[in-house]
Design a protein around this ligand. Structure first.
Ligand SMILES: C[S@@+](CC[C@H](N)C(=O)[O-])C[C@H]1O[C@@H](n2cnc3c(N)ncnc32)[C@H](O)[C@@H]1O
Length: 259
């Protein structure tokens, strides 16, 4: 008999185009089983039948499979390395940079990138593509409204310059917003941008199977210009960077070899 969960994965793929089989099975199954139980279904079969005809249930399920946790300047020291050691080399002689924040969640990461690039470029010349599979997250990112805690690692001068504060909520100012373009994009299914100078993709690859990760690294390598840089998250270091034409610049930073 086909496992109830495996069948569910197939049905969700047919319905939404989202391939749960490319996410680590143990973790994903645990997350979805707990939601399913909470909703009062004892099998994935009955759960699918219900969400097949109930958009709210479906969206709740998709919301559970995407983990949207993020914050501005997450792991602050790595953003310092990006600013002090990586961007100067990338920006040399270039009037602008093509930057992609992949799996950007609710926008903290691409807005951080825009603030950081404002030290190198006029923001009118900065254009960051920010993508995520989750449309709700993208809507929130476009709104640009954040609680104080998500800015706890952000430098005070940048907060003063790029946010307006209303009580305990902070709104991204238009000059920062206009530097970022948000789009829906599935890293496992959609085509990748080309000729990118810098790809930032953090804290999503950990959820994928080894095969899926390998395909994504290889797609990132193809998406980058020669000498372009990939910035990954904690515990997402590449096992064998040279097989994707990457040199290690520093932990978490990989440069596409120029050949
Ligand atoms: C933990 S957040 C990471 C946010 C940000 N990069 C950071 O490090 O703070 C993971 C994001 O990956 C997104 N995601 C999950 N699967 C994806 C896929 N197949 N394609 C694109 N984004 C995906 C989720 O929707 C979620 O917003």
């Amino acid at each position: 008999m086909v496992d109830d969960y495996i069948k569910f994965v197939e049905l969700i793929y047919d319905k939404s185009g989202i391939d749960l089989s490319q996410y680590k099975e143990k973790q994903m199954k645990r997350r979805l089983t707990s939601l399913r139980d909470k909703k009062g279904f004892s099998s994935f079969d009955t759960y699918f039948k219900a969400l097949d005809s109930d958009e709210t249930l479906l969206h709740e399920m998709l919301d559970r499979m995407t983990i949207n946790v993020s914050e501005f300047y997450r792991n602050y020291k790595r953003w310092e390395i990006l600013k002090d050691e990586i961007i100067p080399g990338l920006a040399e002689g270039k009037p602008s940079l093509k930057v992609w924040s992949a799996a950007c969640s609710t926008g903290e990461e691409p807005y951080t990138l825009a603030m950081l690039l404002s030290d190198f470029y006029d923001l009118n010349n900065v254009s960051i593509l920010a993508t995520d599979i989750d449309e709700n997250a993208i809507q929130r990112a476009k709104m640009g409204l954040y609680p104080e805690r998500s800015l706890k690692e952000a430098p005070q001068d940048k907060i003063n310059k790029f946010f307006t504060q209303n009580d305990k909520m902070f709104t991204v100012r238009d000059e920062l917003k206009q530097a970022v373009t948000f789009k829906k994009h599935n890293l496992l299914a959609d085509s990748y941008p080309k000729n990118v100078d810098l790809i930032v993709c953090r804290n999503v690859l950990i959820y994928f199977t080894e095969e899926a990760k390998s395909t994504i690294y290889s797609n990132f390598s193809k998406a980058l210009k020669p000498n372009g840089v990939l910035f990954v998250g904690s515990t997402e270091q590449l096992f064998n960077p040279s097989s994707y034409d990457f040199d290690v610049l520093s932990t978490f930073f990989y440069q596409k070899v120029n050949k």
